[in-house]
Design a protein around this ligand. Structure first.
Ligand code: AMP
Ligand code: MG
Length: 341
């Protein structure tokens, strides 16, 4: 299959073409402010099946359903809690997915067989315009081959999915860079299932108590039941194995210098790059600039795949604010292989 790059900046019919593909039950790579999504009609089981096929995604891993207006949530859920309205008022459009009870209209294929559905109203203007033009809610996981780092540019999507999908819409580099925060309102107490662009601290300002799922910080055994099935799979991994070095940045830099050899790749904060002369270095932002780290982390993990490194040692922020999301992605890329210094 030929994969077209549809660029609204160059071709005024680009979004109409993408919407026509979505209405015809096809999958399309879509820019959002978090990461690029692989979108399809969320209410069409066959279309959704093509997402799983193109990504090689396990069938029990539910998809997030994207809408363009808040009221579209009522067609997806028979019982929208007041807390969902409060969250939407504060954080939508934006990088927050809210898990609510699912209506029968949402096929089991979309929700991974669960009786809940994750809903998000993205901020990227192209994503919203496309959902409106398609006229249906759009199910979209990240547009990467399953297990690989998520995609934050159209080029990343083409690299993973050329020949497997009919089109990708160009929307520039994602501004947030890590996936949405996922919060479940389906139980008694709100539960953070995935840290993302909206921080835990911000959620607590609106919701009060928010339980943090253990799987965010630790490896989960394959046989364990987890609240977000996506948490149990190997994720975000470049080809070379990653080790996360946790601790104060000066100490982690010293550890990396002591343990690196000529074949080691180093993922580090900008101001530490010069300490790793002779090694393959990717920087992902200043130690104090979490927004930059989030925006770049997947691109830099992917960059190691174009090098000959056989192992990667990574610096990593602590769990404060957006650091919880950045650290979670790096730890998952490392399969939770972590050294504390
Ligand atoms: P992805 O879109 O590939 O970045 O993954 C979506 C994430 O949201 C995965 O970790 C899913 O397991 C999680 N998710 C989506 N819908 C639900 C749901 N109904 N219940 C729990 N987790 C969900
Ligand atoms: Mg993903």
């Amino acid at each position: 299959m030929e994969t077209k790059l549809l660029d609204p900046a160059l071709d005024p019919t680009a979004l109409a073409q993408a919407a026509a593909l979505l209405r015809a039950g096809e999958v399309v790579g879509i820019p959002t402010e978090t990461v690029y999504g692989l979108g399809a009609n969320a209410l069409d089981e066959d279309a959704v099946g093509k997402i799983f096929a193109a990504k090689g995604r396990p069938q029990d891993n539910p998809l997030i359903v994207h809408i363009a207006d808040f009221d579209a949530i009522y067609a997806l859920s028979p019982a929208v809690p007041d807390a969902a309205r409060a969250l939407a008022e504060r954080f939508w459009p934006g990088p927050l997915t809210i898990i609510v009870p699912k209506s029968d209209r949402v096929p089991a294929a979309t929700s991974g067989g669960l009786d809940t559905v994750g809903v998000r109203l993205p901020a990227h203007p192209i994503a919203r315009e496309l959902i409106r033009l398609a006229g249906v809610p759009i199910a979209a996981p990240s547009a990467n081959t399953s297990g690989r780092p998520s995609t934050t540019t159209a080029q990343h999507v083409l690299r993973d999915l050329t020949g497997k999908i009919p089109a990708v819409v160009e929307g520039g580099a994602c501004t947030v860079g890590v996936e949405s925060t996922v919060v479940s309102l389906a139980g008694d107490t709100p539960r953070l299932l995935r840290p993302g662009g909206v921080t835990l601290e911000q959620l607590r300002e609106v919701l009060g108590e928010v339980v943090v799922d253990r799987a965010l910080r630790e490896a989960i055994d394959d046989s364990e039941k987890v609240s977000a099935p996506g948490m149990k799979y190997r994720h975000y991994a470049p080809k070379a194995p990653v080790t996360v070095v946790r601790g104060a940045p000066d100490a982690t830099a010293a550890y990396i210098r002591a343990h690196a050899d000529a074949h080691t790749g180093v993922l580090c904060f900008d101001e530490y790059a010069e300490q790793f002369h002779g090694l393959t270095v990717e920087t992902f932002g200043s130690a104090c600039d979490l927004a930059a780290q989030a925006q770049r982390v997947f691109d830099r993990l992917r960059a190691f795949d174009d090098t000959a490194v056989t192992a990667i040692l990574a610096q990593c922020p602590d769990d404060t604010g957006l650091g919880l999301a950045v650290a979670n992605r790096i730890k998952k890329a490392a399969g939770f292989h972590i050294v504390e210094v």
